[in-house]
Design a protein around this ligand. Structure first.
Ligand code: GRF
Length: 225
């Protein structure tokens, strides 16, 4: 409840597209006693209606918004770039009206264009993303599958995950947390995925905490507390 939360508690808005197990890790960390992540999740936005993460948010009494690209594609028939610009501008507006300190992309499968990024940057809202690969490797979707295949071909000896700041280039922003994950001969893809997710659930919390600490330091330095 807004009334019982100290003004200094940072507010997070989480973006999801699916299962929401990383959102769950953030919910648990912010609601445990004492919280392992001293922050409050004020809103969740999903671009997929069936995302189970929406149910997780509702169970934790966190308000949600469903924001999907399809109506924008219909409005801008034939001009996908215009559709994405309009969608992203509205995404930024939806985010900013919640007044978060930081946005956490936790399994958010939509690329941020400048139309979404710039308004957040201008408002001083930090944006971080969880990606299931090491920096510079397997950018974009299907990263775990691609790492798995590369390991089978002997091209890599291991993989990892990172939490990083979001910039215009997909999965290329400055890393906040990087964790290596070893790969094991004979292991199936599903088992590897499960091990990676376990690491993600720890590091999304650590990465968010570290990013918030930096945001506070920067705001203090700029005289904006
Ligand atoms: C995670 O592996 C994340 O790194 C990737 O999508 C997955 C989302 O999982 N981009 P969940 O929705 O948090 O369970």
């Amino acid at each position: 409840m807004a009334t019982s939360t100290p003004a200094a508690t940072p507010c997070l808005l989480v973006l999801i597209s699916g299962n929401g197990s990383n959102l769950q890790a953030l919910i648990s960390a912010t609601t445990s006693t004492p919280p392992t992540l001293p922050a409050r999740i004020i809103h969740v936005i999903s671009n997929k209606k069936a995302a189970f993460g929406l149910t997780r948010a509702a169970n934790a009494n966190i308000p949600t918004t469903y924001h999907n690209l399809v109506p924008y594609k219909k409005q801008h028939a034939g001009d996908i770039a215009a559709a994405r610009r309009a969608y992203d501008a509205e995404l930024a507006r939806l985010i900013l009206e919640q007044k978060p300190d930081m946005v956490v992309c936790a399994g958010w499968m939509h690329i941020f264009s400048d139309a979404a990024l710039q308004p957040l940057v201008e408002a001083g809202v930090g944006i971080i993303n969880l990606h299931p690969a090491l920096p510079g490797q397997f950018d974009g979707a299907g990263a775990i599958e691609r790492a798995y295949e590369a390991f089978q071909k002997g091209e890599i000896g291991g993989t990892g995950i990172m939490v990083h700041w979001v910039i215009g280039e997909v999965d290329r922003g400055e890393p906040i947390v990087v964790r290596e994950v070893e790969m094991v001969e004979g292991e199936g893809l599903a088992e590897l995925e499960e091990r990676i997710h376990k690491v993600e659930h720890v590091e999304i919390v650590n990465g968010t905490r570290m990013a918030l600490e930096r945001l506070v330091r920067e705001r203090e330095a700029a005289g904006r507390t």
